[in-house]
Ligand binder design. Structure first.
Ligand code: SF4
Length: 531
């Protein structure tokens, strides 16, 4: 692997210095990055990694676009991109979708996108919004800095570029904060018809399979190659549709674990598929007792191809096309621990209200609201942790807070996309995975008899009802903290009746507490028992 990586690194250095050839200017497929470099440079990739046949490229474009026209998903940003006559509005609509879709599933984005475009249909409208409004709308979508950067960039376009979006991928990337190579390529190709390729996770997978790229696809050298390929194959007359088709294929057909090769519109142009077919044919011949020719050597085999699978991890027949792409092992996320306290008081009609404070305007989860929280060191004893949190609350509220008054809630173990409750145990944790941090929230609660004032010098604060909490700019992690707290409360409030409660009994209690008023479930469970 080391030899190949070194070769890959060499490829990057050359490729980075090279001016990117304009897409569509007489290139016959992708030229090797090493072309024209000194004789000591690593050997260029073997032919199987290249798009060198113009007829094959044409077939790829034709098949992919025909499939896209027939099978594409109906998505709101696609409709806007196809129907909006104003180029700036069109680019803005695509830009918002591309930022939201980073690291987030299409199904999740649709509702956020529609609400965003309804609220801020133009760059000018977004430029006038406050960060608080942006965070509120973004709440739950994750990676909160995306919304902030989008709004900052909109302000810049309005104030410095006279409200006019840059018109090329190069200028978009150069002039707009938060717009990288991929987003710039997507906006330029979809909104302006610039013949430029895009490379995202889906495109990487498709291209690696189409051309049997088995080197580490996250390495800079291979990334350079993939951009070259994307620029070479993009359709010159419908670049936006072609790019979306490539991404759509990766999202719906050429999926990571069980690709639907039988339904794939470009299987005839797919080298990974061809290899699988060839192996199947040979195996069948062998079974039938027919003489089997010696199979072609598919990898370079010399060990210095920058794009072949490493010699120590060759093609595995059992994996088929999912041999590609390959990635270096992921870095483990950094572990972090935070003690957080749900401060609760009785509001109108006994309904609970919670104190939330605002995070600093920069850094992780900038400007979002949360329950009073404090980072704590790993491995700190629970007793010490509780004491540190009590001291923090005391300092910010200006009144004594006994460590013993903080109540542990229970243990919540949160895995990505899956929540598991284990109640009650000695420690109580909400584990939240950010992309680079494995965050554990240790949850306490403190019911208050009266009002408290939070020191504004520490952070802005406010009391919110449960409903207001859920519509505030709070992170998903904080919603999970409250959920864990409420679940424990319910359990404590009905230890003998068990989780199944009769509906009739519930309504009777509500009505006896506050006639004519529907309490939240939480308020109901904490209300005095009807006599
Ligand atoms: Fe992907 Fe299979 Fe299509 Fe190749 S044939 S591009 S592996 S779905």
């Amino acid at each position: 692997m080391g030899k190949l990586r070194a070769a890959a690194a060499g490829g990057l250095r050359r490729s980075s210095r090279r001016a990117a050839p304009p897409a569509g200017q007489g290139r016959k497929g992708v030229l090797p990055p090493g072309a024209g470099t000194p004789a000591s440079a690593p050997a260029p990739p073997c032919a199987q990694h290249l798009f060198s046949d113009p007829a094959e490229i044409q077939a790829l474009r034709r098949n992919l676009l025909a499939w896209y026209d027939k099978c594409k998903r109906d998505l709101p940003w696609r409709t806007l991109a196809a129907t909006e006559p104003d180029a700036d509005r069109r680019a803005y609509a695509v830009w918002v979708s591309e930022i939201m879709l980073q690291q987030t599933q299409v199904a999740t984005v649709i509702d956020y996108y529609n609400r965003w475009m309804q609220k801020w249909p133009t760059l000018q409208a977004l430029a006038q919004a406050s960060l608080e409004e942006v965070n509120e709308l973004w709440a739950g979508l994750g990676y909160y800095s995306r919304g902030k950067r989008l709004q900052e960039a909109a302000k810049k376009v309005v104030s410095e570029l006279a409200g006019r979006m840059p018109r090329t991928a190069e200028d978009l990337q150069k002039l707009l904060p938060g717009v990288g190579r991929y987003t710039a390529g997507a906006i330029a190709s979809i909104s302006y018809g610039q013949a430029t390729g895009v490379v995202d996770g889906n495109v990487i997978r498709v291209l690696c399979r189409l051309r049997c790229v088995g080197a580490d696809s996250s390495s800079p050298a291979v990334t350079d190659w993939l951009w070259d390929m994307a620029n070479a194959v993009v359709d010159r007359s419908r670049p936006g549709d072609f790019n979306q088709a490539l991404m759509e294929l990766g999202a719906t057909v050429c999926v990571p674990k069980a690709p639907l090769c039988g339904e794939c519109p470009v299987k005839k142009q797919c080298r990974a598929w061809q290899r699988v077919e060839k192996e199947l044919a040979l195996a069948t011949q062998k079974l039938l007792g027919k003489p089997t020719p010696v199979p072609d050597v598919e990898d370079c085999g010399s060990g210095d191809c920058a794009l072949c699978p490493p010699a120590v991890e060759p093609w595995d027949s059992g994996l088929g096309v999912t041999n590609f792409p390959r990635k270096a092992a992921k870095k483990q996320p950094r572990a972090a621990r935070t003690a957080t306290c749900v401060l609760e008081r009785r509001g109108c009609h006994g309904a609970p209200e919670y104190l939330i404070v605002q995070r600093p305007s920069s850094g992780l989860l900038a400007g979002l609201w949360e329950f009073p929280s404090l980072p704590v060191a790993q491995g700190v004893q629970e007793e010490k942790q509780r004491e540190v949190l009590a001291n923090h609350l005391q300092a910010c509220m200006g009144q004594p807070v006994a460590a013993g008054g903080l109540q542990l809630i229970g243990e919540v173990s949160l895995k990505p996309r899956r929540l598991q409750y284990k109640l009650p145990v000695l420690s109580c944790r909400v584990v939240h995975i950010f992309s680079h941090i494995h965050q554990t929230y240790v949850v306490y609660s403190l019911p208050l008899d009266g009002d408290v004032t939070w020191d504004p010098a520490s952070s802005p604060s406010r009391w919110v009802t449960e409903e207001e909490f859920h519509t505030s700019a709070v992170s998903t992690a904080m919603k999970k903290v409250l959920k864990a707290c409420e679940k424990q409360r319910r359990k404590e409030s009905s230890p003998s009746t068990g989780p199944k409660r009769k509906r009739g009994a519930k309504m009777q209690r509500v009505s006896s507490t506050c006639p004519g008023t529907q309490l939240s479930l939480h308020a109901f469970l904490l209300a005095p028992t009807a006599k």
